[in-house]
Design a protein. Structure first.
Length: 368
């Protein structure tokens, strides 16, 4: 019995090592599972470090991402990925700046191309309209008896009266007529409005030009004198008094097949502020036919547009209105062109003013 118990105990003791010992396949399987767990853990930590590195590269945050239980090799890999992410973020910022600059360049070039295209179209229209100009010149030969008016001083004094008040109230006036609601570029025709502000002629105009504020100021201040060399002018004289410029002139005109001449007396005052320039203009317009004469008031504000790395932009806001000095309804208009035709001409003048000013700026600035 003792022998059998000893033998049985020896058998049991000999079997225990066999149960504890694992096969080569099992050991490899466990190693693979352990490695997979470690890979998952390292991948999670790597994603966290990538995210932290991207945040650091974009915002240059001085704090470092803290990790727990990361070995030295993991830290070295994390530094590599952090450097890569920082480099990529830097390249992305450089690319964004270059793209912004290229977009501004494209916008500026497109604006220049549109300006030159408009100038070319106006030149072509002028060539096509040359026969009409010949007719005007023929009428000019028959109008050599037109002489400058002799009552310029009292007329200029009357036109100057109240200009400072018009300048002082230009902001509230623009708000009243809805200038801030006008798109740029945009032209609104309120002529013959039957509302509270009944006027014969009223135009609101918003226009942008790729030129400096003071370039446009100089062009506006001298643009009316450009007609001094125009052969169609019957006469033109101008004088400057402090911040006011006075012009009287006459020129032939043709409307609905009727030829006549127009005498104008114009007073313009300039008000220079820090970031904008205001022009107030009043004109007395006297056609040689018909019983009507007109007084036109022009408020023009120049302000700096959106800044660009390629060049300045100036926004021109203009309100132009005119009223008849006589009662239109009771006036005898026999043999005179219709009021509607005159209003159409006025609208064309409002548009052509911007175009003529733009053409002059292109010539004087030397831009191509």
């Amino acid at each position: 019995m003792a022998i059998s118990s000893d033998s049985s105990s020896s058998c049991i003791s000999s079997e225990e090592p066999v149960e504890k010992k694992k096969s080569w396949r099992q050991r490899r399987k466990e190693e693979i599972l352990n490695l997979r767990d470690e890979v998952k853990q390292l991948s999670t930590e790597l994603d966290q470090l990538k995210h932290a590195a991207g945040v650091h590269a974009r915002f240059r945050h001085p704090e470092k991402v803290k990790t727990t239980g990361v070995s030295a090799p993991t830290n070295s890999h994390a530094l590599v990925w952090e450097n890569v992410a920082e480099h990529q973020a830097t390249l992305r910022q450089i690319s964004e700046r270059e793209n912004t600059k290229l977009r501004e360049t494209l916008k500026y070039r497109l604006q220049q191309a549109r300006t030159l295209n408009r100038a070319l179209k106006r030149k072509l229209r002028a060539v096509l309209a040359s026969p009409e100009m010949d007719l005007i010149k023929q009428f000019q030969l028959r109008s050599t008896s037109v002489h400058p008016p002799l009552n310029n001083d009292p007329v200029f004094a009357q036109l100057k009266a109240g200009m400072d008040q018009l300048y002082g109230g230009v902001d509230s006036f623009f708000k009243q007529v809805g200038m801030d609601q006008l798109p740029c570029p945009g032209l609104q025709n309120g002529s013959m409005n039957k509302g509270a502000r009944a006027t014969l002629v009223e135009f609101l105009d918003s226009y942008a030009m790729p030129f400096d504020l003071h370039q446009i100021e100089k062009a506006i201040w001298t643009t009316d004198t450009a007609g001094n060399e125009d052969p169609a002018m019957l006469f033109l004289q101008n004088a400057t008094d402090d911040n006011a410029r006075m012009i009287y002139m006459a020129f032939p005109f043709s409307l609905e097949g009727t030829g006549f001449h127009i005498v104008m007396r114009i007073v313009t005052r300039k008000y220079v502020e820090k970031d904008r320039i205001v022009f107030i203009t009043r004109s007395l317009i006297e056609p040689s036919i018909g019983p009507l004469s007109f007084v036109e008031t022009n408020r023009r504000v120049l302000m700096r547009g959106k800044k660009s790395s390629l060049g300045p932009t100036t926004i021109i806001l203009t309100h132009r209105e005119a009223d008849s000095c006589e009662d239109i309804l009771s006036a005898n208009m026999t043999g005179c062109p219709s009021i509607d035709s005159g209003l159409k001409i006025w609208e064309n003048i409002a548009t052509q003013y911007n175009h003529a000013l733009e053409d002059k700026l292109l010539r004087t600035s030397g831009k191509t």
